[in-house]
Design a protein. Structure first.
Length: 253
């Protein structure tokens, strides 16, 4: 399986990569195509990047596929995205099984139509025991909603007397998020050049390294990912400390 990995991988790799997959519409517009064609080509990039991350040995990959705000898009586009998602899950399941990829949806998946939820649930169940890599698909995901939902669950626990207010620490709080038990992303990539986080993983990216590329998502393939990983390796992650302190004890956790 490692035959495609270039010999020039950096020595230190992120454990968790998060990606805001943006620019499908502009990719299509540049070619005078319908936006949906852009999403279709974007699905090819998803396949390539998931495969590459697995081969490279990334432990967690979180892809922003549909935001809570994306519900405001034209109905036709939303339906096309749902149908692409279903097709993607069905076609990728055998490879996910073969490569030990576990699928985990994060977001308000109950807002999706029943048939989409069913396929999602099936793929999550089928891949539950896989140990190779966790693929988080952010679907109807919004960081602010995630934090509000966590606060609500914690408030319920406190009201029921199962949790004391003083016991609410950062670690406890993170256990109420979709990403409970996972390390925070080390690297956040956004394609298509926009300098914003668009409500993605607001809590989890507190100390994440950010890389914005002008490449539109359908043009983003593994070669560029590997270039970004080389750039990431050169970053000095200081976590609020001084450069000298970091050189002595390079790991935060
Ligand atoms: C990202 O591409 C995919 C989704 C948000 C579903 P866009 O559809 O946002 O493409 P642009 O930003 O309009 O080019
Ligand atoms: C962010 O892209 C959401 C996803 C990639 C799923 P958008 O295209 O929706 O973000 P904005 O609206 O440009 O910030
Ligand atoms: Mg966009």
């Amino acid at each position: 399986m490692n035959s495609d990995v270039p010999s020039s991988l950096p020595d230190s790799l992120p454990r968790h990569i998060a990606i805001i997959m943006d620019g499908n519409g502009r990719w299509a517009k540049k070619r005078s195509l319908n936006r949906i064609r852009g999403h279709r080509e974007g699905a090819e990039s998803v396949r390539d990047i998931v495969r590459a991350c697995r081969e490279i040995g990334i432990e967690f990959l979180t892809l922003y596929a549909f935001s809570t705000e994306n519900w405001q898009r034209p109905r036709r586009e939303i339906l096309a995205l749902m149908s692409l998602l279903k097709g993607f899950l069905r076609s990728e399941l055998p490879e996910m099984m073969e490569n030990g990829i576990r699928l985990n949806a994060i977001g308000q998946i109950e807002r999706f139509p029943g048939d989409v939820v069913k396929v999602l649930q099936e793929v999550m169940d089928m891949t539950r025991e896989n140990q190779g890599m966790i693929l988080n698909l952010a679907l109807s995901y919004g960081g602010q909603d995630e934090i509000v939902a966590a606060a609500r669950k914690i408030a319920t626990e406190v009201r029921a007397g199962r949790l004391q207010p003083e016991e609410i620490t950062k670690a406890v709080f993170s256990n109420y998020l979709y990403t409970q038990g996972m390390p925070e992303p080390d690297l956040l990539i956004r394609t298509s050049g926009e300098m914003r986080v668009s409500n993605f993983l607001l809590w989890q990216i507190a100390y994440t390294e950010i890389h914005v590329t002008n490449t539109l998502w359908p043009d983003f393939r593994r070669e560029e990912l590997i270039r970004i990983l080389h750039d990431y390796e050169k970053r000095e992650r200081r976590f609020g400390m001084t450069g000298a302190q970091i050189k002595k004890a390079p790991h935060r956790q």
